[in-house]
Design a binder for this molecule. Structure first.
Ligand code: 13P
Ligand code: SF4
Length: 302
């Protein structure tokens, strides 16, 4: 069995950095140099001087790290760790869709493929989407891809009328108003915090809406002691660690609380990937060049 120490020793030998998303398993978060939301992870990926970046997350996140570090080796423990948002927005289908909106800019949620990033004007994450959209001219015509729920939330909050691609996160979209109301009845004293990838009917019941990092910040600052957490359960590890005196509740529903792709990362495959320096995430030069522009624009505006 691979231990935490095995991974840490090998990581040092290889001059590697491990970046992990909040949704990964606790033991994975414990070997990471940085655990964060999509924005924090891309900022970290842009700054590192390690030779190898091992990305414990999903495929589009490793792609983003490669785009920002073309000269570095980017490893992903399991190549098949996909995301329903990225997988549900094919670049060719988007090109066909855009024929109806020739004067629109493409604003893309970072949860999209590198190919879609090459077609985009700006990338956003759930942590900076409102700020970035508010910084654009009011009459800018925008197509937002690929998350209709995050897009709808941005439209509601900013008064924009972005055209929305019809994609969703197969985890967050499973939460329903009835599930949330049940939790509300069960824990009436708890504050309800939700990720903007959830449906509007769920967000309307929430006391706070934000990215994973924003939720963590909110919980730490809140005077409340109990929280119903409406997102993937992996975040509870960091929440409990940062707030040992607070209590967190979630739904008893695996489909709504577990992202299978995030859970594909484990100590065994992280160790193996570092040892063999494979599977390596590779992208062609043209894709990297074109996809980098909208990401850098996001980082400048963040
Ligand atoms: P953030 O970590 O940016 O909130 O994104 C959530 C998510 O679903 C990542 O895939
Ligand atoms: Fe994609 Fe949803 Fe998993 Fe995040 S939680 S990686 S958006 S499927």
């Amino acid at each position: 069995m691979v231990t935490k120490e095995d991974v840490l020793t090998l990581k040092k030998e290889k001059n590697a950095i491990i970046l992990a998303h909040y949704y990964t398993l606790p033991e994975v978060q414990e070997v990471a140099d940085f655990v964060g939301d999509s924005l924090g992870l891309s900022q970290k990926a842009a700054q590192t001087d390690a030779d190898i970046i091992l990305f414990a997350g999903v495929h589009f996140m490793a792609e983003t790290a490669k785009i920002l570090n073309p000269g570095k080796k980017v490893l992903i423990p399991d190549m098949s760790a996909g995301c329903s948002l990225a997988d549900g927005c094919d670049a060719e289908e988007l090109a066909a869709f855009m024929k109806d909106y020739p004067d629109h800019k493409i604003l893309a949620y970072i949860n999209c493929t590198a190919a879609v990033k090459t077609m985009s004007d700006i990338i956003v994450t759930s942590g900076n989407a409102l700020k970035i959209v508010n910084s654009l001219p009011e009459d800018e015509k925008i197509v937002f891809v690929p998350d209709r729920n995050l897009g709808d939330y941005i439209n509601q909050q900013t008064g924009r009328q972005m055209v929305l691609w019809d994609g969703d996160c197969c985890v967050h979209a499973r939460w329903s108003a009835s599930m949330v109301n049940k939790l509300k009845q069960q824990y009436p004293q708890a504050e309800l915090i939700a990720h903007p990838e959830c449906e509007r009917e769920v967000l309307e019941l929430a006391d706070f809406v934000g990215s994973t990092a924003a939720m963590l910040k909110h919980v730490a600052a809140s005077e409340n002691k109990e929280f119903v957490v409406i997102t993937e359960n992996g975040i509870l590890h960091e929440m409990k660690k940062q707030n040992p005196d607070k209590i967190f509740y979630s739904a008893d529903n695996q489909e709504a609380c577990i992202c299978r792709s995030m859970k594909m990362n484990n100590l065994e495959n992280i160790y193996q990937a570092l040892k063999d320096e494979t599977p390596e995430l590779l992208l062609d030069e043209e894709t990297i060049e074109k996809a980098k522009r909208p990401i850098l624009r996001m980082l400048e505006l963040s």
